[in-house]
Design a protein around this ligand. Sequence first.
Ligand code: AMP
Length: 572
Amino acid sequence: MSSDSARFAPADTTDPIGPDEDPATFSDLGLRPELLDAITALGYEEPTPIQRAAIPPLLAGRDLLGQAATGTGKTAAFALPLLHRLPTTRTGEPVALVLVPTRELAVQVSEAIHRYGRDLGARVLPIYGGQPIGRQLRVLDGGVDVVVATPGRALDHIARGTLRLDQLDTVVLDEADEMLDMGFAEDIEAILRDVPEQRQTVLFSATMPDRIDGMARQHLRDPIRIAIGRQPAAGGETPLVRQVAYVVARAHKPAALGRVLDIESPTAAIVFCRSREEVDRLTETMNGRGYRAEALHGGMGQEQRDRVMGRLRTGTADLLVATDVAARGLDVEQLSHVINYDVPSAPESYVHRIGRVGRAGRQGVAITLAEPREHRMLKTIERITGQRISIDRVPTVADLRTRRLEMTRAALHESLLEDDLEPYRVIVETLTDEFDVMEVALAAVRLAHEAIGGPIDEEDIPQVPLRPERPAGGRGRRQGPGRARAAGMTCLFIGVGRRAGIRPQDLVGAITGETRVSGREIGAIEIADRFSLVEVPRSAATEVINRLRQTTIKGRRATVRRDREGGRDLAE
Ligand code: AMP
C-alpha cells in the first residue's frame, strides 16, 4: 500500500475496524453454505469492514451496538447472522423483527433479507403504514420468519394480535437515531416491553447521541460495540484531489456517469463498483454507450489483468471498471480520475481509492455517484478525511452542448491560427458562387462539430435532492441539489493538447510551478487533441497567461490566452 493512501489511517475506536487488515472471506466468517451461495450469486467478493466486525459476535449470540451509516453494508451485517440462526423447523411465527424508520427502508431491507435468505426459503414481510393492512394480515397468517416494520405499524399489529412476538429470537433496531428523530421512541419502548427476555438485540445507528446510548444501556446486554473511526486525518500533506459527488437515482447512474466523463474527459479513469455483477453490467452498458471500458475482476488471472492494464496504459481503453479487491495493488501512473459508482462501503476504502490519484503533487479528481439515501455516508467520509466533498449538479444536456460547442470553436480558432488552409480555398470559392460565405462557414462548422463531438445523449436525468424518501412530517433537513459550477473562474485556452502528450498533471505542474496558484485552486481541465482548456481563478488569470507564455509545457511553447476574446468565463 502506498504512503499516499496510508495517510488517512482511521483513528482507534473501541473495537476498531481495521482499514486494510487481511480480509477474512465470507466463508471464514462461518456462515452456512446456503448464505454463502446467495452472497456469491450477488457477486460480493469480500465482507465489508462492518460485516467483518459484526458477523462473528452476532453468530455467537452477542448483542451489538454498531455505529454505521447506509452504504456500509450494515444490512447484510445483521441479516446474515439472523438468517444463519433460522431454525430448521419453523412455526410460522416470526423469529426476527427488524424495526426501521421509513417505509422505503422497510421495503429495501426486506428485499435484501429475502435475497440473502433465498436458499433457506426464508419468508420475509415488510409492514409499514400506508399499505392496506389486509394484505399484511393475510401474509402474517400464512406464516412469516422475519418481519421488517416501521414501529407504528408494528405496534398496530401487536395490538390486534396479528403480530405475535413470543418466538422472537432477534430484534434489530436499524437507523435508531432516525427512528428517535421521527418520534418513534415510545413505540419502540412499547414493542421492546413485549418481546421475550431471552433474545439477541442489535442496534445500528449512524450517530451515537446520548439518547441512543441510554436506549442501548436499557435494552442491550453487554453488547459488542463497533464504530468507525471518527478522528480526522493525522496531519500530513493533503493530496491534490478535487472531490465531487453527484446525487442521482440508481436508474440514471449509467447516463450520469457518461455525462460526467464527457465533461471531465479523464486521461484514464477507474470506476469502482461494489460487486463483480455490477462490474460486468456497467462495463457492458458503458461499452454500449460508446465508451471503451474494460472490466477488472478478482477472479481474473494475472495474464488477463496485465492485458487489461496494458490497454488502459496505451489508451486503447478509457475506463477501467473494477471492484476494490481486483484493484488492489494496481498502480496506474496516468490515472486522473477515480469514480465511485456507489458510495464505498467504508470511509477507509474511499480513502484508499482516492489515494490512487493526486500523487506526487499532481491534480486528481475523485467523483462519487451517490444515491439520495447515501448522504450520511458522504458526511462520514468528509469527517474522516477532513476534506470537503462538494455536491454538484449532474451536467445537463444543455451543459454538454455548450461544452462541445466551446471545444469546436476553440479547435477552429486554433486551426485558423496555425494550419495551412490554402488547399481548401478552392472549395470555399466555388461554394460562394452559389451561397453566402456565412452559410458556407456554418456548414463547415457543423461538419467539424459533428466530427469532433459525436452524438449527444438526450436522456432526461432528474436532479434529485439528497434523501427524498423521508415521509411528510419527518424532521430531517432537506438539502437542495447542490451548487452549480464554481463562480469566479476564468477559462484559459492553451495551444497544446493530447497529441503533444499533455496530461492534466502537466498543466497543473506548469501553472503551480510558475505562478502563485495552488493545485486546489485550479478548476476543470479539458484536453483535446491539439489544445487544452483550464479553469483558473479569475483574479490570477493574467498572471497565469503571462507566465505560461514565457515558459514551455512538456518542452513546447504554447499559445496561451483567455478562452474567448474578452475573457468570457465558463461560469457565466
Ligand atoms: P447497506 O449499507 O446495507 O445499505 O448496503 C449498501 C449496499 O452494499 C447494498 O447495495 C448491498 O447490496 C451492498 N453490499 C453489502 N455488502 C456487500 C459486500 N460485502 N460486497 C459488495 N456489496 C455489498
